[in-house]
Ligand binder design. Structure first.
Ligand code: GLU
Length: 432
């Protein structure tokens, strides 16, 4: 056996803006609630954090070490739920932030879950399918002690997909000796996945966007111009659904840059192009109807709705003033820094926050888990009906809190979610 060099840096706790952002949001929100100091500290901290260093045999025969994390932030309302991210920038603080946001997201939309998140430091684009499978199966086997349908249920996130979930489900099932579909969500449909899960996050973003527009009297879809940062699972499905409904998607970007047409893009063509080959990038899309733009240019694009659907820390003091939209709908988790938030608020731009706007994904994950546990499957019409019902109910709640306390939607969403976890904790009491 030849042993190669490490591809993953040693696990360190590096300063990460996402964690700072999640804590700053939390501190702001709890200042509106009358809760005991000990309870505030309890909900601020992750319950448990798991770090694992594990070997993977690469195609050339070398063994390389990788580092992965799973953070369980809070389990008061039920088993923890949240995705697994594969990206070179993953670190423990990012996973902590994302786990905390999952707790508030599930609480906000009324799901019987706590929050978790996982990640592996790797570049999935540079792994062959075989290496990706080996990495996933070994990471899954390391996770076996801390995941199950009743304790912690992973799902896809950036850099992972339904195939990743299939490998995790299979590895877990082989270990326990029987098939356990409900241990992960976001699976392929032929092994217990749900109709509509793949599209759910992006569609949910558009459902809440439409609600926000309606409440502002903007109902002519063909007059609404949308710019989207990110063309992964969330951004691409938001773009597809928006254009299917008749909205004008004028700009979309990915890591490479993006496509722009002030009269509206052919989103389906862009989708087919980027999905035709594994690493097809938007900047390489050639068409007379499209101008290729740099990533920074997206912020200055004339539009009515801006949808950050890529990563954390994207809208900040350096670019929040450039945004032309009157509405920002957060497809990504934590895309706006507190400084960016202040600028948008001062400019009168409404922000529909991440924990509401992108909750469609985990909501359909919940439907998938329920269907798996009951071995009774619903059709897509039923999924979409229930998804809309849950998201709009949460939207109403957020608006009610925002109006009552005269605060923005992010603060209102966080206050409502945190209070739900707080009250459940007080009802259960502290053990022993
Ligand atoms: N990764 C998604 C999110 O950030 C989905 C999590 C899930 O379905 O459990 O919401």
């Amino acid at each position: 056996m030849s042993v190669g060099t490490r591809v993953a840096p040693a696990p360190t706790v590096t300063p990460n803006k996402a964690y700072e952002t999640s804590l700053a949001q939390y501190d702001r929100a709890v200042s509106h609630l009358d809760l005991p100091a000990g309870l505030i500290e309890y909900m601020r901290l992750p319950k448990r954090e798991y770090t694992v260093n594990f070997p993977v045999r690469m195609d050339n025969g070398d063994v390389k070490m990788f580092t992965g994390y799973r953070v369980h932030h809070n389990l008061v309302l039920g088993p923890s739920k949240g995705g697994i991210r594969y990206a070179p920038h993953v670190d423990l603080n990012e996973v902590r932030a994302l786990a905390m946001w999952m707790t508030w997201k599930c609480a906000l939309v009324g799901l019987p879950y706590g929050g978790a998140k996982g990640g592996v430091i790797c570049d999935p684009k540079k792994l062959s399918d075989k290496e990706n499978e080996g990495l996933t199966r070994r990471f899954a086997s390391e996770l076996v002690p801390i995941i199950s349908p009743h304790s912690d249920i992973p799902a896809p996130d950036m850099g992972t997909n339904s195939q990743t979930m299939a490998w995790i489900m299979d590895t877990y099932s082989m270990t326990v000796g029987y098939s356990v579909p409900a241990v992960v969500t976001g699976k392929p449909i032929n092994i217990g996945g749900s109709e509509g899960r793949e599209e759910a996050t992006g569609r949910g973003v558009i459902i809440v966007m439409e609600e926000a527009l309606k409440r502002r009297g903007r109902i002519d879809r063909d007059e609404i111009r949308i710019a989207i940062q990110g063309f992964g699972n969330v951004g691409a499905h938001a773009a597809l659904y928006a254009s299917e409904l008749g909205y004008k998607v004028v700009a979309v970007t990915d890591v490479s840059g993006g496509a722009y047409n002030p009269d509206g893009l052919d989103v389906e063509a862009l989708f087919n192009f980027t999905r035709a080959a594994r690493n097809n990038l938007l900047k390489d899309y050639a068409s007379d109807d499209v101008d290729i733009i740099e990533n920074d240019e997206l912020f200055g694009v004339e539009c009515d709705v801006f949808i950050p659907a890529a990563l954390e820390d994207q809208v900040h003091e350096g670019n929040a003033d450039d945004i032309k939209a009157s509405l920002v709908v957060e497809g990504a988790n934590g895309p706006t820094t507190p400084g960016g938030d202040d600028i948008l608020r001062d400019r009168g731009i409404v922000v529909v926050p991440d924990i509401l706007a992108n909750a469609g994904g985990v909501t359909v994950s919940y439907f998938e888990w329920v269907q798996d546990l009951q071995n009774f499957f619903w059709d897509e019409v039923e999924i979409m009906r229930q998804l809309r019902r849950i998201l709009l109910k949460a939207y109403d709640k957020v608006v009610a809190v925002a109006e009552d306390k005269d605060i923005d939607m992010r603060m209102a969403a966080q206050i409502h979610a945190i209070n739900r976890v707080a009250q459940a904790t007080l009802t259960r009491g502290f053990y022993p």
